[in-house]
Design a protein around this ligand. Structure first.
Ligand SMILES: C[S@@+](CC[C@H](N)C(=O)[O-])C[C@H]1O[C@@H](n2cnc3c(N)ncnc32)[C@H](O)[C@@H]1O
Length: 286
């Protein structure tokens, strides 16, 4: 078995060219997500997006009226986003190449902050949360967004089996999506740390910003993982991916008689929303 302790999540040109095809939301869904975020933070709000990527979330959030400041480490992702900013959004989206571990902003300058599929990439995600609190004004809003598929659906079952198998095959490997070091970055650990910073959750648990249906076959999902088009398989070493696929094919053949038959899959975009104390009232020290 392989010994691969850390994965190389480089958001390079290869990833850029596939990112929106794989992760992009249908236009109406994107607009609904942007509006839901603006509703939570405020329509004219100044919003910092951490790990803005190709603007999948930033663009519809700006279209809904927010002024978005997007930062990212990857010049490739930022270049792709810069090309997509339309004339009407030029004054509402500002980009900078920067590390979310050390935000290049003064204290208390933003009304809101937005983080989507990025905290798990940083070992010191707790330090990032402290940084976010520092740059938010008192009472500012932090929105943690994520894509969701029903874990009981065929898509969810394939995803869970894949994650478990990668860890079995890659012996000391972390599950895809887990942080390379530091405490686990799962939702519960993040919420606990936010509470220690003095955050107040808005509502009971996460909000469903958008829900939509797609048609896809188990075979298409398997092929996406095998070809490394899937975000969670693009970084796997060959030997780990090959053995994982062998086991996944056996699992899928046992579960579904017709692997090529498209099935309906419900997808959601979820928001965890928190009111933050801002730097002066923070208990974690700034
Ligand atoms: C999975 S993508 C998510 C992009 C976007 N938030 C979305 O949901 O479409 C993660 C992004 O975070 C960026 N990233 C990873 N670590 C970072 C860091 N330490 N500082 C800034 N950006 C980082 C990557 O370059 C990439 O663009």
């Amino acid at each position: 078995m392989s010994q691969h302790s850390s994965l190389d999540y480089r958001f390079d040109q290869r990833v850029v060219s596939q990112y929106d095809t794989l992760r992009g939301h249908p236009p109406q869904v994107a607009a609904t997500i942007g509006q839901a975020i603006a509703d939570q933070i405020g329509t004219r709000a100044r919003v910092l997006e951490l790990g803005v990527g190709t603007g999948r979330i930033a663009l519809p959030t700006a279209a809904a009226g927010c002024e978005v400041f997007g930062i990212d480490l990857s010049s490739h992702m930022l270049a792709a986003l810069a090309q997509r900013i339309g004339d009407e959004q030029l004054n509402r989206i500002h980009l900078a190449q920067a590390d979310i571990k050390a935000l290049p902003f003064a204290d208390a300058v933003f009304d809101g902050a937005l983080a989507v599929h990025v905290l798990h990439l940083v070992a010191d995600w707790a330090g990032v949360l402290t940084e976010i609190n520092r740059v938010l004004r008192p009472g500012g809003t932090l929105v943690l967004g994520r894509d969701w598929i029903d874990p009981e659906s065929f898509g969810g079952m394939i995803r869970n089996y894949f994650r478990r198998t990668v860890v079995e095959v890659g012996t000391d490997m972390l599950p895809p999506g887990a942080s390379a070091a530091g405490p686990p970055s799962g939702g519960a650990a993040i919420v606990k740390h936010l509470m220690q910073l003095g955050a107040r959750p808005v509502g009971q648990g996460e909000i469903i910003a958008a829900e939509w249906r797609t048609e896809i076959s188990p075979r298409q999902i398997l092929d996406g993982i095998r070809s490394r088009d899937d975000a969670e398989s693009w970084v796997l070493p060959d030997d780990v991916l090959n053995e994982t696929m062998r086991r996944l094919e056996v699992f899928a053949a046992e579960q579904w008689a017709r692997l090529d038959e498209p099935q309906g899959l419900t997808r959601r975009f979820m928001l965890g929303v928190f009111r933050m104390p801002g730097p002066r009232a923070a208990t974690g020290g700034v």
